[in-house]
Design a protein around this ligand. Structure first.
Ligand code: SF4
Length: 115
């Protein structure tokens, strides 16, 4: 049975599919040059002392980052499913759940199947 969480993850995987043919080097340059945490991150962010879940922390850290999709795509390509920390606006647990959907995204698109 497909859950709401599955649909959310499938939607992200499909969104990332637009980056499928972008060279990894280009993604890296894009994230390093434009990532919010790479450029404008405050030394003491407002959420620093708050008790947040990993998902909430990911949302707070990456909110407004213009290259979150590129960051997520890059993380999957270079680190795979089992990296730690916040990348691409997602917690490690959420990325681990997203990874199988990410691997199947093109296959789905090519077959026209929405599962
Ligand atoms: S998505 Fe988050 S971790 Fe990635 S570059 Fe942007 S702020 Fe940094």
């Amino acid at each position: 049975m497909t859950t709401y969480n599955d649909l959310w993850l499938i939607g992200i995987a499909w969104r990332l599919d637009r980056l499928r043919w972008a060279p990894t080097q280009l993604l890296g340059d894009c994230v390093r040059g434009n990532g919010l945490c790479m450029r404008e991150f405050p030394a003491e962010p407002a959420w620093q002392d708050q008790r947040l879940t990993d998902r909430e922390l990911a949302g707070a850290m990456c909110q407004g980052c213009r290259v979150a999709d590129e960051c997520l795509e890059l993380e999957f390509r270079t680190g795979g499913a089992d990296t730690v920390g916040v990348w691409g606006g997602m917690s490690a647990d959420d990325r681990r759940e997203l990874h199988p959907h990410w691997l199947r995204r093109g296959e789905r698109a090519e077959r026209g199947v929405d599962r």
